[in-house]
Write a protein that binds this ligand. Sequence first.
Ligand code: ZN
Length: 405
Amino acid sequence: MQTSDKNLLTLALCLLLGWGLIGGVASGTEIAARTPPVEPVFTPILTRVLAEPQAVLGSDRRWHLVYELELRNTTAGPAVLEQVEVRDAERLVVLDAFSGERLTEQFQIAGQRVTTALLEAAQFGVLYLHLSFPDRESLPGTLEHWVTAQLSAVPPGQERSLSRGEPSEVGSSPAVVLGPPLQGAGYIAADGCCASTRHLRALLPLNGEYRLSQRFAIDWEKLDRLNRIYEGPRDDPHSYFIYGQPVLAVAPARVAVAVDGLLEATPGAFPENLPLAEADGNHIILDLGRGAYVLYAHLQPGSVQVRAGDRVQRGQVLGRVGNSGNSIAPHLHLQVMDAPSGLVANGLPYVFSRFRITGVDEAGTADFDHAEETGQPAMIVPVQPPSRHIRELPLDLTVIDWLNL
Ligand SMILES: [Zn+2]
């Protein structure tokens, strides 16, 4: 006990005094007899995976890993990140390497876009990662992150550093399988997986932790035959083709939360000064069992047909699509998470039992936003013939028909 206490003290002193003394710790260690010796190596950029990544099969028939990596500059001067390498720690292969624009596009400090992956002294940022794999067999079991950075407040000769992070495991639980949350044809999966930003980067410091409940959330809108989101006045919720559509229980479940009675905002602008607790508007959370919950947000006031504690059957009508809460246009926000809260939870992947893809907005989120702002048709490229999908997650901006039951 005394020896290890002394070692801790020596280590603390070395850290206080600087890097030059670190060699003294290694020579004084006596506890290495039973475990293989660990070579001390400075890792000035510390990395941490915020939540255990879990793979999901997307509607492109590839397996997707979506997760966040915190990068922390432990030095007293600026660090310019050059490259972040993601490795399969078991197969010892590089899975992907992020540098240049790919790095800055996916890196954020305090939720802001950056132009240079620069971390000031003692600052941290978050890298939003998306990797995809052709089949389940090629998924890694353990990830490792190697960061190359240019440092300034370091002894001469150590300006270019390589930091190797602790290995982190990839979760092995299968994604939750859901039935259809809506019925009929022409639904577009907006702000969906895996490279859009509004949901995937909604990382919030809540209740003492970073939370990303919306990692796999989708904002569902309904298109008409001309691929428009609404027809008529933009500020009238009734103009939207999805408005009032029944939302359905995606599985037999117990109702964990049911909130009704919140007013709807006028479409076209987000409501101002909305309390955080009202962000989801009228909403329902179902307890699916095994630690998974599904959220239906922004429902029409007066439409919620269930109460907390009720048991519901798959396909049962729960309420109607509306525009309550933090919503700019009527839509159904649907997500799965690990706790009965729309925000204070960790977002989990899920798949739908059966659906058909009829098109995709290849022009991206900007085109979807334009369609939502103007009522003009979205630039949907048809999928001919429509493709059938079983137990997959519809990817961003795919247009689908629900194949009910
Ligand atoms: Zn949403």
